[in-house]
Write a protein that binds this ligand. Structure first.
Ligand SMILES: [Zn+2]
Length: 148
């Protein structure tokens, strides 16, 4: 299972590199359904001048469009950085099946580092979100960027 997760985390990392090349904060995300990528996103807040354009939101939009559904309950999301409050909210609203993230974000991580929104949201959406942290899946330079 771990190499399965690492494979998709590498794709999320490739998306993060895309953000980095565009001088954005390097965060990437992919959404997987039945073993296939259905959505990819990278942080493009600067380019679009839009605070909503985090990697997870971009990937969720793409996946919802591809699957023609807001309900992504058969999907797993892989993101290089622990999601923020907005993004964990979106992941829960999409009823996603599983969350895999790379490094913790002590500054804004809303899964377990800065705050733990998952617990609160669990009672709202009535779904449990299994989460896996894979910090060593990321190159040291990425982890250092977020002081994780
Ligand atoms: Zn976010």
């Amino acid at each position: 299972m771990e190499s399965y997760d690492l494979g998709f985390m590498k794709l999320a990392l490739a998306a993060a590199r895309e953000a980095s090349m565009r001088e954005e904060v390097p965060v990437g995300a992919v959404i997987v359904s039945a073993g296939a990528v259905v959505g990819t996103g990278y942080n493009c807040r600067e380019e679009r001048q839009n605070p909503l354009c985090h990697a997870e939101i971009m990937a969720i939009q793409e996946a919802s469009k591809a699957l023609r559904s807001w309900r992504l309950d058969q999907c797993d999301i892989y993101v290089t950085l622990e999601p923020c409050v907005m993004c964990i909210g979106a992941v829960l609203q999409a009823r996603m099946r599983r969350l895999v993230f790379g490094c913790r974000d002590p500054k804004a991580g809303a899964v377990e580092s800065y705050t733990a929104c998952v617990k609160i949201s669990d009672s709202i959406t009535n779904c449990r979100l299994p989460k896996v942290c894979l910090p060593m899946s990321l190159p040291r330079c990425f982890r250092r960027f977020f002081h994780a």
